[in-house]
Design a protein around this ligand. Structure first.
Ligand SMILES: C[S@@+](CC[C@H](N)C(=O)[O-])C[C@H]1O[C@@H](n2cnc3c(N)ncnc32)[C@H](O)[C@@H]1O
Length: 252
């Protein structure tokens, strides 16, 4: 795989330039094609590069677009035939231009800014209507709300659609255990179940053999949940996929 050429504020990859911004400047940061604002650190780039470099990705689904950087980056890294990304808010970015360039290569890129990560039925319907193939994904990446309930809804509705051998990544899973603002009672997620609870549920479901999980691969920023061959029921629920000897697991 082509390597990243780092400079002062980001890096170049293929024909694209990425400005890495995940601090307080993200709200005002702007870029136009071929530049993109990317909310990923250097270790996250390595983690994805390691896991994507020898993988054939035909269908890619991304939850959480923000300013388009990850959509442009994953499209360049994995060169999927069919790439859909969803968000609930549209920021200006170079994705419209990129979609035309991708189309000239005979591939398809669809960014939708009106679909919540939790509306998995609409995600599936939109994917199948636009791309004309079954909504079965080699890779799904959730970098959207980082809220437990919304992320669980996505996982329950979509993990069964990851192909055997594929993976489902969840970013920033550890926010409840980070310092600073995350420990303050005025943080918007302070009163909510932690996202790490979902990861612990994946670990328990992996050993219980009830959720189609072959491996839970944890890095400090991102968890990669690998899919095995087993077929999951339509009403799959991660939170009901491990016995607990009658104990109630409430998470963190
Ligand atoms: C961390 S940013 C994504 C950053 C981007 N993936 C990158 O690496 O450059 C999170 C995005 O998730 C979106 N988001 C928040 N709640 C969402 C939801 N329920 N469904 C889909 N997207 C959501 C936000 O609007 C925001 O654009």
């Amino acid at each position: 795989m082509e390597t990243f050429q780092f400079n002062n504020d980001g890096f170049s990859f293929k024909q694209l330039k990425f400005i890495q911004e995940y601090g307080s400047n993200i709200a005002t940061a702007t870029a136009a094609y071929p530049e993109f604002i990317l909310m990923k650190s250097k270790p996250m780039l390595s983690a994805y590069s390691d896991r994507l470099q020898d993988r054939t990705v035909t269908n890619l689904l991304e939850l959480g677009i923000m300013k388009g950087g990850s959509t442009a980056l994953f499209n360049a890294m994995a060169t999927p035939q069919n790439h859909m990304a969803v968000d609930v808010y549209k920021h200006e970015s170079g994705l419209d231009v990129l979609a035309e360039i991708v189309a000239n290569e005979g591939r398809k890129l669809l960014a939708r800014y009106d679909i919540s990560q939790s509306d998995t039925k609409l995600i599936v319907k939109t994917f199948e209507e636009h791309f004309g193939v079954a909504a079965e994904f080699d890779v799904i990446i959730d970098d959207a709300s980082h809220n437990y309930d919304l992320s669980l809804a996505s996982f329950n509705g979509l993990f069964g659609r990851v192909k055997p051998g594929g993976f489902y990544a969840i970013e920033d899973w550890g926010w409840a255990h980070w310092g600073g603002a995350f420990q303050q009672s005025d943080h918007p997620e302070f009163g909510n179940t932690s996202l790490s609870t979902l990861i612990l549920q994946c670990v328990m479901a992996c050993t219980a053999g009830m959720a189609g999980i072959s491996r839970v691969d944890v890095t400090p920023d991102t968890v990669f949940i690998h899919r095995n061959q087993s077929v999951l029921p339509d009403d799959f629920a991660l939170e009901r996929s491990f016995p607990t000897r009658g104990r109630v697991f409430t998470g963190a």
